[in-house]
Write a protein that binds this ligand. Sequence first.
Ligand code: ZN
Length: 1202
Amino acid sequence: MSDKDDAETMRGRLRSERVNSLFSEDELIEDYYDQPAANDSSCWNDYGLSTLQSSGTVSSRSSSMHSGSTEGLDAPTQLLPIIKAGWLDKNPPQGSYIYQKRWVKLDADYLRYFDSEKDTYSKRFIPVTSIARVASIGDQKFEVITNNRTFAFRAESDADRNEWMRTLQQMVDERKFKGLNRISLFQPPTGALDSVDKCGLLELRGFKNKLYVVVAGDKVFLYKNAEDYRQGIGITYIEMNVGNVKDVDRRGFDLTTPYRIFSFSADSDQEKDEWVEAMQQSIAEALSNSEVAEKIWSVEANRFCADCGSLNPDWASVNLCVVICKRCAGEHRGLGPSITKVRSLKMDRKVWTEELIELFCQVGNCVANQFWAANVPPSEAIHVASGSQERRRFLIAKYKEGKYRRYHPLFGNQEELNKALCATVTTSDLAETQSLVFCGAEVSCFSGDPDFPNPIALAEQAGQKLQMEFLLHNKNSEIPRVEAGSSEEKHYSVILPSVTHNGFLFKTPSMAKLVHERKSREEFSRRWCTLNDSIFSYYENDRNAVPNGEIKMEEIVCLVNNPPDTHGFESTFEVYIESERLYLFGLENPEAIRKWVKSIAKSFIHPRADELLSHDFERIGRLQYKGGLNLQRAKEGWFALTQSVLYAFLEDSDKEEAVHLKKLQELSVQGDSLVLVERRRTLYIQGERKLDFLGWVAAIQKAAGSSGDTLSEQQLTESDIPVIVDRCIDYITQCGLTSEGIYRKSGQNSKTTSLLEMLRKDARRVRLKEGEHQVDDVSNTLKRFFRDLGDGLFTKEFCQDWLKAAAIENEEEKIGQYRQLLSSLPVVNRATVKALINHLYRVQYFSEMNQMNTHNLAIVFGPTLFQTDGKDYKAGRVVEDLISRYVVIFSVDEQEMRKQQDEITAIIKMRIAGSSSGTQQAGDFICTVYLEEKKTEAEQHVKIPATMTAEELTFEILERRKIDTKEKEYWSCFEVNEREEAERPLHYSEKVLPILHGLGTDSYLVVKKQLSMENMLIYLASRVSDSKHGMMKFREERNLLGLGLSTGFHDRYFILNNSCLRLYKEVRSLKQRMPAVENSHRPEKEWPVKNLKVYLGIKKKLRPPSCWGFTVFYENEKHEKQQWYLCCDTQMELREWFASFLYVQNGGNVWPSESSKVRASRTQQDSRLGNISLIPLRGNENEMRNSVAAFAADPLTLLRNV
Ligand SMILES: [Zn+2]
C-alpha cells in the first residue's frame, strides 16, 4: 500500500467522521464513496462539526449579533427539557452488524441521536408523534417503530433497555392519549410539520445530494429528501434564536450559529432571496418569541416549572401566575379554564401585555408557590420525570382542591374576605390578594361604594394596574374546594355558602306523598324558622331554644315554588329531602316567601351550579341523569325549571345548558327514567328517589305540552314551527304531493276530528303513517288547525293590514308591504307562514298531477288562514301573492332552492321506487356507511329517512359502535370519491338522502374524525377579515369542455369573499397591494361560492405540485358542470382556504355550537319502521337497478323552469 493510498484512506476516514456528525449512516455511506475528496469543503474544517468549537469567529460573531438574547440559553437544545438521555448502540440500517455508539436524547417532541453528548446538531431526529410503538428484540436490544421505518438500538443492560422502552412507550401513549399528535386530515400519517413557511431542496456545502430544507416557525429543519420530510424523520433542526443569515454570492448564503456555519446554495438568485427572507423571518420570530420568556425568566424562580421543577418552562397559567413546563401545561389544560388558563410564553404573543409580564415578575412561581404549595408532603410532590397520571393527580390536589394551600385567617368568613379584598387591591400587596381570592373572596363582590362598586374598579381607581391585571384574569376563576372522587362523599364535602335567614312561616306536617289536593289554611301551623350554618330549624315560637325539627341543607334534593293560591295561603313552597319526605310552607306575603326560597336554594345548590339561581325557577334541585354515549354510569346534575325551559348543570360541563321542553322530539317515561330526546342528544333523568322524581316528571310533562290554542303555545320543532304543522306538512310532502285535489277534497269529518285531537294532546307522539292515515284526512286536519287557531296565523292585530296590502296596485310596493308585515309577526308565526307557503309552493309544482295550481290553493287557504267566510277573494289574493312571489318575499336564496329541489327529487324517486317494488310504502333507503375506513369490518347498514342529517347519521354510527366521543373530537360524515381521490366532509345539517342519490358507484360515505376541524375553527375565530386572498396553483379539467387538453398547474391569485371566488392571472402586480385588487382589476374568472362543491385531495395521476390540494366541482344555473383543481404550498394554507370555503358556504355556521358529546337517538325509529320493506340503494346492484329503472327519466326536469 502506497503512502498516497494511506493518505487517501486517512482522509476518507477523517471526512467520514465529520460527515458522520450531521448525517446518519445511510447518507454517510453514499457520501463517503461518491464524493471526491477535492470537494471537501473548507467550512467543515474551519469550524468543526461534531463539537462546539469556541474557536472563533463564529461564536464571537454570533454572540455580538444577538447579545442578550443568547444569554441564559446555553445550548438551544435545552429549551425543551430532556426526559431521558444516554449512550446507546445503534445498528446501521444497511444490514451491517457493527453497532455504533450514539448519544441519544428524548424530549417531549423528539427522539434524537448524536455522535457525542457535546453535539448540538443531531444526526437524526424522530418525532415522538411518528413513533407507533417500541418493541424488545432480545439481547438488550429494542426497536423504535415508525410507520415506515424501524430503528434498532442496543442498551448496556437489560435494565437500561427496559427503562428506555418504558419511557419511550409512556411518551408515545401520552401523546396518543392527549391527542397532541393532531395529525391532520391533510397530513401524511407520520406527522410532518404543522406550519411551514418555506420548504424545498437546497445544496448544503460539503454534500453531493441536495437536502430538503424546511423553515417552520422559529426553526429550520434539514431532511435527507422530501420523502423523509413527509415521513417526519429528519437529520437535525436549527433553533433560529441563535442564527444569523448572510448573503454570500449570487446563489449562496450562510446560516451561522455559534456551533456551526451552514453554507446553502439555491437554484437561482430569486430562490436564494426567498430563502434568506424566510430564514430572517424565522429569526425574527424566534427572537420575539424568546423576548417574553426571557423577561419572565429573569426572575430565578420562574426558570423552573412551578409544579415539577423542569428547567426553562415556556408555558404559563395566566390566572394562577405560574410558569410551567410543557408537560405540566398539558395537564393544566385538563383542569379547565375556570381553574387555570394556559398560555404559551412563546406562541401566545398577544396575551403578554407589559402588565402581565410585570405581574409574573412580581408574583410568579415564588409568591404563587408560597401560597399554593405551602404544605406539600414530599410523597405527593412531582418532579421532572413524573408520569402523566402523577402530574394530573398532583395538579388536581394543588389547584382544584387547594389541598396544599396556605389558608387565609379569614377563610370561611365571606363578608370579611370580601372586605379585606376591597382594601388590599388598593395597595401593592399582590400576595395578599392572591391569598384572599383563592380562599374565597369574591372578585366581583360589591364594595359598598357605587362609584367603584367592585375590587377591579377600586384597584383601577388606586392606580394598581397589577392588581387589576390579576383580578381580571381571575374574574371567573373557580375557587379551590375539596371534591372527593366517590359520589357517597360528594354531597357532604362541598363547602356550601353560609346563608342566614329567619322569620315566621306556616307549616304542615311533613308528608311522604305528593300534595295533589288543596291544603286549607287550618292544616298549617305557625312556626318560627331559622336558616343558619346550613341547617333550617323550626321552633314552636321565637322564644324557644329547642327546635321542633331540623332540615339539613345537604339533605335537600328539590325545592318547589308553587303557583299563587295553590293552597290556603297565597304563596307556598315545598322542600323535598333525601329520605323521601316533603315539607310544605306558606305565608300570605309573596315577597317574604320569595326571600325564603332564594335563601334555601342558595344554601343547598352546589356552588358550581349557582347560575341556576338567577332564573325565576318554579322547581330546582339535583337529579341523577345519564346522557351522551356512555350510559353505564349515572351522573349528578343540577336542574331548574322555568316555564318551558329546563336549565341544567351537568357533571362533565362547567356551563349551564338549556333544554327547551316544547321543542323536544320525544318525551316519555321508560321504567324509572324520564327520557328527553333533543335533536342532538338524549337525556335520561333517573328516579333515584320516588317522591321528588314524580314531582319533576309531572312538572316537565306539563311544561313540554301544548298549553293553549295560539301558535307559540304549541309543541315546537327546532325551527320554531308547531309540531302539528310540521307533522302534517311532512306527511303530505312524502305521500300527497301528487294526490289529485289535495287540500281541496275534504276527508272524513270524524277522522279529522280525532286526528286533530290526538295531535293537540301530544303531537310529538303521533306518527302519521301511510295506510293508517289518509292524505285527505291529514290535509284537512292541517286546515282545521289553522282555521281554529286562537289568534290566527297572521294574528288579530295585523290581519286587516295583510288584507289591505293585497289591494295595493303597485307590485313592488305591495311586496315591500308584505315583507314589512312578515317581519312584524311573532317568531313562531313567521316561521310557520314560511314553512306553510314553502309547502304550498311545492304542491303547486305538481299541479299537472294534483290539479292544485296557485289559484286553487289560494281559494282554499285564504279563508282558512285569515279565518274569513270566503265571500270575497281578498284573503285568497294574499295567499296567491305569497305563493307566487315566494322566492322574493321570503328571500329564498338559490342554494336553499336547490336543496329543496334535491329533497323533492329524492322523495319522488323513493315513491316511484316504492310503487315499482309493489308496495305502497315509501320506505327508507338502506345505505352502507363505513366507520373510519372502507373495509368490510367497518361496514354499517343504515336506514336513511328523508329527514336524516349528516349529523344524525354520524351519531347513529357512533352509537351503534358504542364509540364515546371526547371533547375536541370532530366526528363527521365524509363523502369519499375514489375515482377523484378526493373527499368532502358533509356539513352537519346537510340532508343525507339527496347526497346518496348523487353518489356514483365509486363513491361512498364514511364517518370519521375531522382532524383539522379544531385548527380550522381556531383560524376562523382569529382571522381579521371574512375574505381570504392568496396564491394557489390552478388547473382546469379541460376534457369536460371537449378540448382534451392537459393544461398543468399554474400560479394564480385568488380572492374568496362572502359570495364569490375570483381568480386573477396577473400575479406579480397583484402581489404588491392586495386591498386595491378588488376594485382595480377584473378577475379572469369568477364563481359564486354557493355553487361550488369543494373536495379535499387531487388524484395523483394529475401530478399535483404538493399534496395540499382541492378538487372543485362547479355547476351553473344551466346545469353545466366544470371541474378544476387548486393546490396550496403548505398544509396551513390548505386548511385556511378550506375553512374559509366552509365558512362562506354555510353562512359562518361551520360546526354546531352545542357540545357534540350528545347524540340523536334513533332507536324509536327502528320499532316504528319495523315492518316496512326496505329498498337497498347500495349493495346489491341488480336489485338496485331494477328498483330504480322506473325513474330513468330525470325527475329534475319537473323543476327546471324555476
Ligand atoms: Zn412541570
